[in-house]
Design a protein around this ligand. Structure first.
Ligand code: NAG
Ligand code: NAG
Ligand code: NAG
Ligand code: NAG
Length: 468
């Protein structure tokens, strides 16, 4: 098992061209060889240096450590599922690596995938088979994570995880046997939490934080560009979703400056205070203090916030009304109204397109808005700012100094919105791996618009809640 780990890492080093194996030099005729100890291989200074690094790395791996990797950067192509309901990427687990689609979730901090024991909530989903991985280790500890409406449970495990060309040899993740219905929609097998370790249900270091903390990235940050298909006429279950980068920002996807705002001193979620909001150009009153705390959350479809603020938004829209039945907590408004909301988190005011504000049409004249009332309670942030907002900016999640940055999307990025194309195939950067079990890459098969209201209610609350 350990030698397999070492082998995997050795290959990684070779692929980056960072190191060569010291070769024994030919022994000259007549040279005396000490008899007492094993003959040391003659090495020049460079070879000694390489040998020393190899020995240190082998020991580090053997005792479960993580090696500093060559500073680098990588891109993972995202899939937009069911008309902006969720955005997933791909990673690979095990030796040999097997790839899985996972929701990219900056609103939680655990990695989990459904495994072969999964009995509920995993139909039509590719599952992880630990038997096929030579580097798999079962930690045999229970794992449970609770989201706003749904949960996943199983046991903790450890294996090599690779994403966007990066590899963590001993990543802890949940091998999940039970998933709440609706949390996973084929072809998604799990979720990667991209928030901070302090809120990890497992208590273990998230994949991204291991990389950022070990100096593996050229720049200590990750960034998202998310596409919009919600108002496209012929949207399919999966469409190109934009890109997720680790270690760099892609300069061709934004214009102007990235405005960074610092996180509170002990990072948990990616939290910024919401400092101002306008609707149709008019300022609306939003709560201050801790009630302004907003989780910037790629794993949430919509924007949830305090009731008083949501009421204040719709008070600016003539003809709006609180929703009823399943739409309780939402508001309806005349579809003919183009609603322009803009939000500031201490820096520039970022506009949300009317297309993102208009969640769906529910009658001949009425539409439902994408901002809804949310009572998070406990220590969770008051606002959950999801993809409804994030589709409108290039967003950067910076490890050091801990902060979130936003920039305006470039024309190149905007040109990807609503353009039908094949969704990306799973990639893990330089190492290619293909998914097991050909379960097809289609979504639920239900028309995206119709399934959206159901999905939104689930995905909109895909928010980790603290368990006391
Ligand atoms: C890990 O061990 C637990 C029992 O401790 C077991 O329930 C679980 O199925 C095992 N997981 C895998 C993936 O082998
Ligand atoms: C940056 O984004 C552009 C536009 O999507 C893309 O063509 C390019 O490959 C990206 N660069 C990297 C390094 O990912
Ligand atoms: C979708 O909305 C965006 C932003 O408001 C707009 O630029 C685009 O033209 C809309 N697309 C369609 C097909 O209506
Ligand atoms: C996916 O959906 C398309 C139509 O939307 C259908 O033609 C195709 O057969 C489906 N593929 C699978 C694998 O279900």
């Amino acid at each position: 098992m350990l030698s397999s780990i070492s082998l995997a890492f050795t290959l990684l080093l070779f692929s980056s061209g960072a190191i060569a194996v010291p070769k024994p030099l030919p022994v000259a005729a007549g040279q005396s060889i000490p008899l007492v100890r094993r003959a040391p291989t003659p090495r020049d200074a460079t070879e000694w240096e390489i040998w020393a690094k190899n020995e240190k790395d082998k020991l580090t791996i053997k005792y479960g450590g993580t090696l500093p990797q060559k500073r680098s950067e990588g891109t993972n192509l995202i899939t937009n599922q069911n008309a902006d309901s969720s955005f997933y990427g791909s990673l690979a687990i095990g030796t040999p690596p097997v790839s899985f689609n996972v929701i990219l979730d900056t609103g939680s901090s655990d990695l989990w995938v459904a495994d072969t024991s999964c009995s509920t909530g995993c139909s039509r989903v590719s599952v992880f088979d630990s038997v096929t991985s030579s580097t798999f280790q079962n930690l045999s500890q229970p794992f449970t994570i609770q989201y706003g409406s749904g949960a996943a449970a199983g046991s903790l495990a450890q294996d090599v995880v690779q994403m966007a060309g990066f590899s963590v040899p001993n990543q802890v993740f949940g091998a999940v046997s039970q998933v709440s219905s609706g949390l996973l929609n084929s072809p998604v097998s799990g979720l990667i939490g991209l928030a901070w370790q302090s809120i990890a249900s497992s208590g273990h270091t998230p994949f991204w934080q291991t990389l950022a903390g070990s100096g593996a990235w050229t720049q200590p940050l990750m960034a998202f560009q998310l596409t919009r298909f919600i108002n496209a006429s012929d949207v399919r279950p999966t469409e190109p979703g934009g890109s997720f980068t680790m270690g760099f920002v892609n300069d061709s996807l934004y214009t102007g400056n990235i405005d960074y705002q610092n996180l509170p001193s002990t990072p948990t979620y990616w939290i910024l205070p919401m400092t101002a909001m306008t609707v149709q150009g008019n300022a609306v009153t939003i709560p201050t203090g801790t009630a302004a705390d907003s989780a910037i959350d790629t794993g949430t479809t919509l924007v949830g916030g305090p009731s008083s603020a949501i009421q204040a938004i719709f008070a600016q829209i003539p003809g709006s009304q609180p929703g009823t039945g399943n739409w309780e907590g939402y508001y309806t408004y005349p579809c003919s109204t183009e609603v322009n909301v803009a939000i500031s988190f201490g820096g520039p005011s970022w506009p949300v397109s009317p297309a993102d504000f208009q969640l769906t049409q529910i009658s001949s004249s009425q539409c439902v808005g994408a901002f809804f009332e949310l009572n998070t309670g406990g220590s969770a942030p008051s606002w959950i700012v999801g993809d409804t907002f994030l589709k409108n900016v290039y967003s950067v999640f910076r490890y050091n100094p801990p902060s979130v940055g936003f920039a305006a999307l470039s024309q190149t990025a905007l040109a990807m919105n609503g353009v039908n194309a094949a969704a990306p195939t799973p990639t893990i950067g330089s190492i290619s791996a293909s998914a097991t079990a050909g379960l097809g890459s289609n979504g639920s098969g239900v028309s995206p618009r119709l399934s959206f209201s159901g999905l939104a209610l689930v995905a909109a609350t895909l928010v980790r809640v603290f368990l006391l």
